[in-house]
Write a protein that binds this ligand. Structure first.
Ligand code: ADP
Ligand code: ZN
Length: 527
């Protein structure tokens, strides 16, 4: 065959995609797959995973079959490729029969460079026999972490994909993901049978993103200050946990003169699509959203991502914050984090219908997230460490820029734990955090009176700390597993195995103290 009939990867990069150079590991990955080998690619969001399989699919003879879990994403990619003159199509459940037949015919007659298929579709008899009739250049398995039961996106259909390697042993497979924990990596290799794959791990560092996690005490106000003072006129995404909170926050921001919109799965599809389109098209729009928003959104100039609620895992946090600053210019990942986040997330795990193994996994993932929030050392180091990467203090996160103090919280912890113990021991009662703080601070509230808690020896023993300081102490005790939260009795607190050692003074407990806040001349606030 004359050499000129086979384009090189570099030709395709320039002629089809219009880029001069490969980025990071792209060239190595492309070479591996073009040569017929398997690859596992771990690259952060925005790192350029798509080219890793699109280019080999164009260089090798036959059709590249891409497994992708998100229908919307599939359509976007196919549209973009078609625009570039690539012969691409997809098969999914939104198509009518005539369209399906057309795509199938194009595939079998060798007229497609790339065919996108959802995993559940691919595993049907119809699709497998279709694939057997065509010429396949490679299989790309996008979002490969969906095969992992450890992960936050587990999709059972992905487990069936091991069949590709068994039926088509000579077709190279490339699996891609932005989740790089060791456990996930091992699981992908095992479950997809990628033992011979070359593994490519990119750096997960996003040096232009400044990480900040502030203590939550008046979240809306804090958010407004952040947006107004630091990001006036910028595009940004604000994540909230519930749909209600999304709506309320968007409305609040609009009232305050910020161009904000809402996005969540409960909205009708038309309004959702319109809001998303506006966010992508116009400058300086702020999107308030649940995590339903973001997968596949490629807007380069998002200047900030804010979290009003803590994500339930570091993977989630990394993925969501990773939508900021894709253009490489300075961007911020800001989060307000407080006592209620810890209580709420612990409760959600307790209340979930998953089995014990699931709960243990979720709890371990939450602990890692809490560790990131409570750390007194560099956030980036901690974050990258989680993904198996070693780094030094970054100088571009809040703990590097304004180091929080660590203080000896042993006595404060003992006071709080003793108060919980006394209420239980002497009265058989359990209460939540608000009442515990009133008790510690010696406030004669109605509830204190009714329960005669002012007669307990622990009443008022914590008058030396403020409400906010106590919230911070309790938050850290819960985060560290020294206090348990019982959801079955309205979030009341109890001691744990680990509390004992602290009560007995067997070890010192260092706690995080937030750096002093800039004076704002406002009164007290609540969380
Ligand atoms: P991922 O799937 O890893 O999140 P994408 O494949 O969507 O990332 O790529 C992110 C962005 O980077 C896209 O806009 C893409 O066009 C761009 N990109 C990827 N590779 C290159 C390259 N070699 N040169 C320039 N831009 C690139
Ligand atoms: Zn840092």
């Amino acid at each position: 065959m004359p050499i000129s009939s086979e384009p090189t990867a570099q030709d395709v990069l320039q002629r089809v995609f219009g880029y001069d150079h490969f980025r990071g590991h792209q060239a190595d990955v492309v070479n591996q797959v073009v040569a017929g080998g398997d690859a596992l690619v771990l690259m952060p969001t925005g790192g350029g995973k798509s080219l890793c399989f699109q280019i080999p699919a164009l260089v090798r003879a036959g059709t590249g079959v891409v497994v992708s879990p998100l229908i919307a994403l599939m359509q976007d990619q196919v549209d973009a490729l078609t625009e570039l003159g690539v012969r691409a199509a997809y098969l999914n459940s939104t198509q009518d029969m005539a369209t399906v037949r057309e795509v199938e015919h194009a595939f079998v007659s060798g007229q497609l460079d790339m065919l996108y298929v959802a995993p559940e579709r691919l595993l049907t008899d119809r699709c497998l026999s279709l694939l057997a009739r065509g010429n396949i250049s490679l299989f790309a398995i996008d979002e490969a972490h969906c095969v992992s039961q450890w992960g936050h996106d587990f999709r059972p259909e992905y487990l069936g994909l091991s069949l590709l390697g068994e039926r088509w042993p000579d077709v190279p497979r490339i699996a891609l993901t932005a989740t790089a924990t060791e456990a996930t990596r091992i699981e992908i290799i095992e479950r997809l049978g990628l033992h011979d794959a070359q593994v490519f791990v990119s750096s997960f560092d996003r040096p232009n993103i400044r990480y900040r996690i502030v203590e939550k005490n008046d979240p809306r106000r804090q958010l407004l200050d952040f947006v107004k003072n630091e990001h006036a006129g910028d595009a940004g995404v604000i994540y909230c946990m519930s749909r209600n909170k999304v709506e309320e926050t968007a409305e609040f921001l609009c009232q305050q003169g910020i161009d904000a919109m809402a996005y969540h799965a409960g909205m009708d599809a038309q309004r959702r699509a319109a809001n998303q389109a506006r966010f992508l098209r116009e400058d300086g729009v702020v999107m308030v959203a649940t995590i339903a928003f973001g997968m596949g959104i490629d807007k380069p100039d998002v200047r900030f991502v804010a979290h009003l609620d803590m994500p339930k895992s570091v993977e989630g946090y990394y993925q969501e914050t990773g939508r900021a600053g894709r253009d490489g210019l300075p961007a911020q990942a800001w989060m307000a984090y407080g006592l209620q986040d810890v209580v709420q997330q612990r409760r959600m795990i307790d209340e979930s219908t998953g089995d014990d193994a699931y709960k243990r996994r979720s709890a371990a993932m939450l602990d890692a997230m809490l560790g990131l929030c409570e750390t007194v050392s560099c956030r980036r180091t901690r974050l990258l460490n989680y993904f198996g990467q070693v780094s030094t203090a970054c100088g571009n996160c809040d703990t590097c820029l304004e180091p929080p103090q660590a203080w000896d919280g042993t006595i404060a912890a003992q006071k709080a734990l003793s108060a919980v113990y006394r209420m239980w021991k002497e009265r058989g009662q359990r209460f939540g955090t608000a009442h515990l703080i009133d008790l510690l601070r010696g406030k004669k509230t109605e509830k204190i009176g009714q329960n005669r808690h002012d007669e307990l020896s622990v009443f008022g023993i914590g008058a030396d700390l403020s409400d906010n300081e106590w919230r911070s102490v309790l938050r850290q005790l819960i985060a560290q597993g020294l206090l348990s939260v019982d959801h079955e009795s309205f979030g009341t607190l109890g001691l744990t195995e680990a509390s004992r050692a602290v009560l007995k003074g067997e070890h010192t407990l260092m706690l995080r103290r937030e750096p002093p806040k800039p004076a704002r001349g406002r009164g007290s606030s609540t969380s």
